[in-house]
Design a protein around this ligand. Structure first.
Ligand code: SAH
Length: 362
């Protein structure tokens, strides 16, 4: 195959309709659209040459104008607890992170939606980077494909959470297109939307967009008064007040068998007191929900502290006694800065911080 002179289309960047138009342009039968898409997403082909149910001539024709460009230089940082942080390099050289979190009965992938974040939540490392840019839909899907490439033996992904770098609802178009591709059963990855969760810092006006996607919604509450949220999450509080956010949660078109998830980062002496728990109970009254408590994960230079286990448990107890299902999120991958709020930087002196493996692949 000859080296092309003009920039080639990345097949992964095409929507189903655009792929159909490309196929039509070649004068090929319509079913070829599904064939190519299945090669991309179900078989994770990295070259057009691999598409062996296309004739050699068709593959050559396609290669003249198109290519498959996946993320590059995947570096894997493996935590002592088995969590694996994947550092991926995008086409323009920027880097993103995606985290594989194995638990007893599940294997969750924590996916990024932006490079950096435009929000400035004071407890989150990603926020200190600022927003570099939105991810494109295929860059979001690529994280899942690359994670799958790295699974070993019996491993299968069971859950996807959009809780990596960035604010998913600030990149809703690419997020929607990515979820469409992830859930498409005919040529896509065939995920059930029930196994996918989108987390927002509180872009209240966009909650219904999540409902339309059929996936689960998580809301990072983190504060129980307007003032507390303004202090901890200034930018998002300007977009929507706590009152507006809670009203949007109450209006949320929740399917009868589902419930909302609320997340609450516990910061020692700041929002982990008994009075905070009591206000939380009042705020959530009448909402079908569960609560994930996340003890603060420290990072170099962080201004907050992690509460003691005793305080975390007593906060949880106050909620459960009031009838709220509250779970404590185990911190995973802290030694590789792979836990909640720690994405954005490769740990300094990575080799010395309990890393069991640094591997370069792709
Ligand atoms: N922007 C989205 C998703 C990314 S953050 C959101 O805010 O929901 C995913 C979760 O990690 C959020 O609930 C956030 O509040 C929490 N988080 C951020 N920094 C953290 C930290 N240092 N320790 C513990 N949890 C943190």
């Amino acid at each position: 195959m000859t080296e092309p002179s003009r920039p080639q289309t990345n097949l992964l960047s095409l929507t189903e309709a655009q792929m159909a138009a490309l196929v039509h342009g070649f004068g090929w039968p319509g079913y070829r659209t599904g064939q190519i898409l299945r090669w991309l997403y179900q078989r994770r082909a990295r070259t057009i040459g691999q598409m062996t149910d296309l004739s050699q001539k068709d593959r050559e024709q396609l290669s003249e104008i198109a290519t498959i460009r996946r993320t590059r230089d995947c570096v894997v940082l493996e935590s002592a607890d088995g969590t694996r942080k994947l550092l991926l390099t995008l086409d323009d050289g920027l880097r993103i992170e995606t985290v594989l979190i194995p638990e007893e009965d599940r294997l969750t992938l924590c996916v990024s939606t932006q490079v950096g974040c435009m929000l400035d939540c004071g407890f989150c490392l990603t926020g200190t980077m600022g927003l570099k840019r939105n991810l494109k839909a295929h860059e979001i899907v690529d994280q899942v494909l690359t994670a799958q490439d790295h699974l070993t033996g019996e491993e299968r992904l069971t859950n996807l959470v959009f809780m990596g770098m960035g604010e998913p609802l600030a990149n809703i178009e690419a997020l929607s297109a990515a979820i469409h591709c992830l859930t498409n059963k005919s040529w896509g990855l065939g995920w059930s939307p029930r196994r996918i969760t989108v987390s927002t810092a509180g872009l209240a006006a966009r909650l219904n967009d999540v409902a339309a996607l059929g996936v689960n919604l998580a809301i990072s509450l983190n504060g129980t008064t307007e003032e507390q949220r303004r202090q901890l999450m200034p930018a998002v509080s300007q977009i929507a007040s706590l009152k507006t956010l809670m009203a949007a949660c109450r209006r949320y078109p929740l399917a009868p068998t589902r419930r909302l998830t609320f997340e609450y980062v516990l910061l020692a002496g700041v929002n982990d007191r008994d009075e905070d728990a009591r206000r939380l109970v009042t705020l959530l009254k009448g909402i079908r929900c569960k609560m994930n408590l996340i003890p603060f994960n420290e990072f170099p230079g962080s201004a907050y502290r992690r509460p003691t286990d005793r305080n975390v448990l007593s906060f949880q107890r106050l909620l459960t006694q009031a009838g709220i299902d509250a779970f404590i999120r185990k911190s995973r991958g802290r030694d590789v800065l792979g836990a909640c709020g720690q994405l954005g930087k490769v740990p300094a002196g990575a080799a010395s911080v309990a890393l069991t493996q640094i591997e370069s692949r792709c």
